[in-house]
Write a protein that binds this ligand. Structure first.
Ligand code: ASP
Length: 599
């Protein structure tokens, strides 16, 4: 440590230092006065040390400390001594000692902060925290999370470098590369009317690096997506971006799994990984068993397909759902048979908000009969079959969603599954349940546009043995696309890419791109495929989401130093902000509709 201000940090001193003269600098975490003694908890990011001024032993220091309040920055000198018996603080790493101060210097005063820095303040106004983010970042919980994030990033780098990955920085002023969100654009001054896009991901660039022979690339890359903010989304995020050559999907998944496992164990040795190798589900399995393509595997409560059990029930909602390709799915909520009308209404509302037309609920009675709106439509055998299929027991609540679109039924019930998992406290908070979902359907039909669209990345390759069928039945083709989920969040995703130009052109043509349109948007990538592009694939893992999950947070703001609000504002710096007429003129820009400018 620099000797001008300190000989040690505030987290460093132990009983073995007793008798030494030391110098500490830090923030006053708390002050307590006892007659001629004043106790200060001095804090820096390494810890807290108790320092004491004594009016009888060092009057000058005691007087100098007189005006000092919380969050003032001070420097003290003195001798380390044992704390008196009975005052040892086992919770504190430095809790056996204190510093008897003989010189006290105020380095800087502090106004009374707008919130407590030294205490948790549940319910503290988020906008206050964001406006004074530098004070929020000073608080030990947030500081702890920032350190965890730094540890995570450093562990990732070390593991990847040990596995021969090369870090390459790609530019952030690029041409648009689509990831399904809106671009942020930056006007060019020297080429009026033209714009750069901020990368939604370095996708095309990392593929070009594979063509260039870099073999194993990684970057902790910033990605920008102009989309609505949510708990797991900000306008910009950091991704652990990876691309590899001469690999099949299995190779990428194995490499990533090894890194993820090692890093989790290094950063949080106490948190068990639910299963290694990570379980694997196809997209179809994930949807039909968990109603989600990012399933939370910390608890069971799997969806049950009731198609067979209720196939001949004379109930319009069921017959409509089952007439075509639809489904009736159910889950069993153990012990919830006594849910009140209000509780049931909440569940119905939740199901409807997630796309279900309605929610069918029945409770299992002590005599094995079912109670609820559906019951009167059921024969004894049908009741029996439902109970068998769901393993329903007396006291349980059975929830079902029927829909002519089986994904809609599964998706809505999947949300209810999460809700019930939370209400019934079925999720072990410490477990890390990583799961791969692979493969995914390659295309989905976009009814609005009247064409097929990539479900993920337009550069993803089909399963090689399905390639020939691409045009004949696009909806049935799968992409070599893998997603990694953790505790119900999508942690990352990637794919094996198309490395042959003819195939990429075929895929793009299915998605309605003309050859000219493709040239215009993806010219370099298309051309590069004709200059010896190796087979390649990769993945991107969200560093913010991973940090949040490891830090037990449900909003990525809690692991970002300077995040934005829900409406995309930086309250501390005041962004976004208008620019001056001169700047606009220089950029050949005019704001056409002032009313639409958001404040
Ligand atoms: N570019 C993709 C994304 O950002 C990840 C990948 O396919 O490597 O989601």
């Amino acid at each position: 440590m620099g000797q001008a201000f300190r000989s040690h940090t505030c987290g460093e001193l132990r009983a073995s230092h007793v008798g030494e003269r030391v110098m500490l600098s830090g923030w006053v975490h708390r002050r307590r006065d006892h007659g001629h003694l004043a106790f200060f908890d001095l804090r820096d990011r390494y810890g807290i040390t108790q320092v004491v001024t004594n009016a009888h032993e060092a009057a000058e220091a005691h007087v100098a400390a007189e005006p000092v309040r919380n969050e003032w920055v001070v420097q003290v000198e003195g001798a380390v001594r044992h704390r008196p018996p009975g005052t040892i603080n086992a919770e504190l790493a430095t809790g056996e000692i204190e510093v008897a101060v003989d010189a006290f210097t105020v380095l800087n005063a502090s106004k009374v902060p707008p919130f407590y820095v030294n205490e948790e303040q549940p319910g503290l106004d988020e906008s206050l925290r964001l406006t004074y983010r530098y004070l929020d970042l000073r608080r030990p919980p947030l500081q702890g999370r920032m350190l965890l994030r730094a540890h995570l990033a450093s562990a990732v780098r070390r593991r990847l470098e040990a596995a021969a990955f090369v870090e390459v920085e790609t530019p952030t002023l690029i041409r648009s590369t689509p990831e399904g969100a809106r671009d942020f654009v930056v006007p060019s001054r020297v080429q009026p009317g033209k714009f750069y896009a901020l990368p939604q991901s370095p996708q095309q660039l990392k593929q070009l690096l594979m063509v260039a022979g870099y073999d194993r690339y990684y970057q902790l890359a910033r990605a920008y997506r102009d989309e609505d903010l949510r708990g797991d989304r900000q306008l910009e995020h950091t991704q652990i971006d990876i691309e590899m050559s001469f690999v099949a999907a299995e190779d990428v998944m194995a490499t990533v799994e090894e890194m993820v496992t090692a890093v989790s164990r290094e950063v949080l040795p106490d948190r068990p990984i639910m299963q290694t190798p990570f379980p694997r589900l196809t997209y179809e399995e994930a949807m039909s068993r968990y109603g989600s393509d990012k399933p939370d595997l910390r608890f069971g409560m799997e969806l049950v397909d009731l198609g067979e059990a209720v196939g001949d029930v004379d109930f319009r909602i069921f017959s409509e759902a089952l007439a075509g390709d639809g489904a009736v799915y159910a889950i069993r909520a153990p012990g919830c048979g006594n849910y009140s009308r209000r509780q049931l209404d909440e569940l119905i509302d939740l199901a409807q908000r997630h796309g279900a037309k309605g929610l069918i609920h029945v409770s299992v009675q002590a005599d094995g009969s079912l109670h609820g709106p559906l019951a009167k439509f059921l024969s004894l055998t049908q009741t029996q079959e439902i109970l068998e299929a769901t393993a329903g027991e007396a006291g349980d609540l059975l929830l079902a969603v029927a829909d002519p679109d089986r994904l809609v039924a599964a998706g809505a019930l999947g949300r209810l599954r999460l809700e019930m998992g939370q209400r019934l406290d079925l999720r072990d908070a410490s477990t890390l349940a990583y799961v791969w979902v692979y493969p995914f359907p390659m295309f989905k039909w976009d009814g609005d546009l009247g064409r097929w669209d990539a479900t993920h990345n337009p550069f993803s390759a089909p399963l090689w043995d399905e390639e020939a069928a691409m045009e004949a039945d696009p909806g049935a083709v799968h992409a070599q696309q893998y997603d990694l989920a953790l505790n119900g969040w999508e942690l990352g995703g990637g794919s094996i890419r198309i490395h042959r130009r003819d195939l990429l052109e075929r895929a793009f043509a299915l998605m309605g791109h003309s050859v000219d349109g493709m040239r215009d948007q993806f010219g370099a990538l298309l051309d590069s495929l004709e200059y010896g592009a190796p087979p390649h694939g990769g993945i991107a893992i969200g560093l913010d989401r991973w940090s949040a999950l490891l830090a037990d947070q449900d909003n990525i703001r809690e692991v970002m130093a300077f995040p934005k609000t829900q409406s995309g504002s930086d309250l501390m710096m005041g962004a976004p902000s208008p620019i001056t007429p001169e700047q606009l003129a220089e950029l050949s820009l005019r704001v056409v509709d002032q009313d639409r400018e958001r404040s």
